[in-house]
Design a protein around this ligand. Sequence first.
Ligand code: TMP
Length: 208
Amino acid sequence: MTSGTFISFEGGEGAGKSTQIRRLADRLKADGADVVLTREPGGSEGAEAIRDLLVNGAADRWSPITETLLMYASRRDHVERVIRPALDRGAVVLCDRFADSTRAYQGAGGDAPAALIAALEDHVLGGTIPHLTLVFDLPAEVGLARATARGGEARFESKGLAFHERLRAGYLEIARREPERCAVIDADADLDAVTAAVWDVVAARLGL
Ligand code: TMP
């Protein structure tokens, strides 16, 4: 039986998730919580090795189906070695991206079949699903401009505006279909306003 709390942060490029997840971690830690801050692809030694394959190189290095399988190989290792043990001991796990990224990037943005992704979720996650998912939403061109200015790993950023518009729509569709799990955060607001919105949702939904 899981006694911990699992929160995932999702959204397109340049949405500010990483800043906000750190702020939430700091606040929860200050309140005395056992917080595990992690990310995908990656978060465990094996998953970080797979991440290197995924985020570097040419945009067409992997097909959407191959990418899906690599994401799920890394996700399984991360769930087995980091997320599940943390939840079992009662920690709050904050994960920068999780399964919805595959639905949005490889499914809505690419053309990996929804049935394949659903089957992987069923068989690979073993019920390890976030209690709350924050979907950071902003116009694709605003996020891409922020991500380009920041620099760094750029394989997914280089997939073009139409791809990023499809994935934004994919995320909003996930949130529309699963309103109990998901909350949409307006990420096109100033940093402190986004932090306040995140805290309001976390406090209201989870009572943390
Ligand atoms: P990051 O920049 O948020 O660390 O994520 C690395 C990239 O990996 C990002 O461009 C989104 C992409 N990604 C997927 O395409 N599918 C997935 O399932 C995950 C977790 C990430």
